[in-house]
Design a protein. Structure first.
Length: 343
């Protein structure tokens, strides 16, 4: 029988970078300001009362699953499949009878207690842990007990309706919302999620980067020579830090950007080249304040994690793979936002 592409009944928007907060307790609202004095090699790091273990630290984005039809209800879901890779993640009996089950009913499956427990064990979590979901745009923190969240699996939209399905076709994770209004996108589009027993997020310290044209001479003053042709130079400010961003062109096309961060002593504390050269289909994101305006903030900066330096992200839009968060400290590795971006 000739294979036919299924009608994609669901569309999944992997919300690359964003977060939401509904305050949970007075103690969790004590996000301390940084007091460390900046130097050439480092920047301020936020104080933290409860030490967070970042050894095996994972954060996730929110997947938005909806009908292709306008004004139809939608689901919000956090996939953990980038971390939890167990091949037998879903009970086998659901697949034994799939030929007699309508395709629509196979698109969302609930895990039984055994496979839920297996997933929690694989993630080193217990039912006593919580989901911490932070929307940095609206400064909202939501704490949800894991024992209140359904463990579910969503079929990848790239599957075909004449295929014999198995667990590898599914994204495994936790249900946030089921068949609710499409304003879920606004609620979760600038949110990141963490599972554990402590809140790792700092509230109220993130800001959209508003770029503007840099002062004359900034390009020669702050950036080294490149084989590419220099283009426009931009600047922005956050607390005690000044940001400079330089375009580099090849045949009048922006091929890469260089970011430089200075402290209030005009000392260079961080620099990075942002390029699509080593990526598969990634694109440089438009700059807020220059190429996009209004509510379309794309680049963000500030203090996001307790006990960690400031961050900046939103400069690169990956096609395959997941976005990452850059710490403005050369001693810190980038942190990937797990997004289950499969094609």
């Amino acid at each position: 029988m000739q294979r036919k592409l299924m009608k994609i009944r669901t569309s999944i928007l992997l919300l690359s970078l964003p977060l939401a907060i509904i305050s949970c307790s007075k103690e969790e609202k004590k996000a301390a300001d940084s007091t460390a004095k900046p130097s050439v090699d480092s920047i301020k790091t936020a104080k933290v009362e409860d030490k967070i273990d970042y050894t095996h630290f994972n954060i996730y984005n929110v997947s938005f699953i909806s009908s292709a039809e306008k004004d139809q209800p939608a689901d919000a879901f956090i996939s953990v499949s980038d971390i939890y890779t167990e091949p037998k993640s879903i009970q086998e009996d659901l697949f034994k009878k799939q030929k007699s089950v309508p395709w629509d009913q196979m698109q969302r499956l609930e895990l039984d207690e055994t496979h839920r427990k297996k997933m929690l064990d694989g993630l080193h979590l217990t039912e006593n842990d919580s989901l911490y979901l932070y929307n940095y745009e609206f400064n909202k923190l939501e704490k949800l007990p894991l024992n209140k969240l359904k463990a579910v699996a969503y079929l990848s939209p790239y599957s075909m309706d004449d295929e014999e399905l198995d667990p590898s076709y599914y994204m495994i994770g936790f249900q946030l919302a089921y068949r609710q209004s499409n304003d879920l996108f606004d609620k979760y589009s600038n949110a990141v999620a963490y599972f554990g027993n402590k809140n790792p997020f700092i509230e109220g310290k993130m800001k959209a980067i508003q770029w503007k044209k840099a002062e004359a001479g900034a390009a020669k003053k702050y950036f080294t020579q490149s084989k590419l042709k220099p283009g426009k130079t931009y600047q922005a400010h956050y607390e005690n830090m000044n940001y400079y961003l330089q375009d580099y062109l090849e045949e009048e096309v922006i091929m890469e950007r260089q970011l430089v961060v200075l402290n209030d002593h005009n000392e260079k504390i961080f620099e990075k080249t942002i390029t699509t050269a080593d990526s598969d289909g990634a694109e440089l994101s438009p700059l807020h304040g220059m190429e996009v305006n209004g509510d379309n903030a794309i680049q963000w900066t500030g203090y996001l994690f307790k006990g960690k330096p400031a961050v900046a992200f939103g400069f690169l839009a990956p096609s395959f793979g997941c976005p990452s968060i850059t710490f403005l400290d050369k001693k810190e590795k980038e942190l990937t936002i797990n997004c289950d971006n499969r094609h």
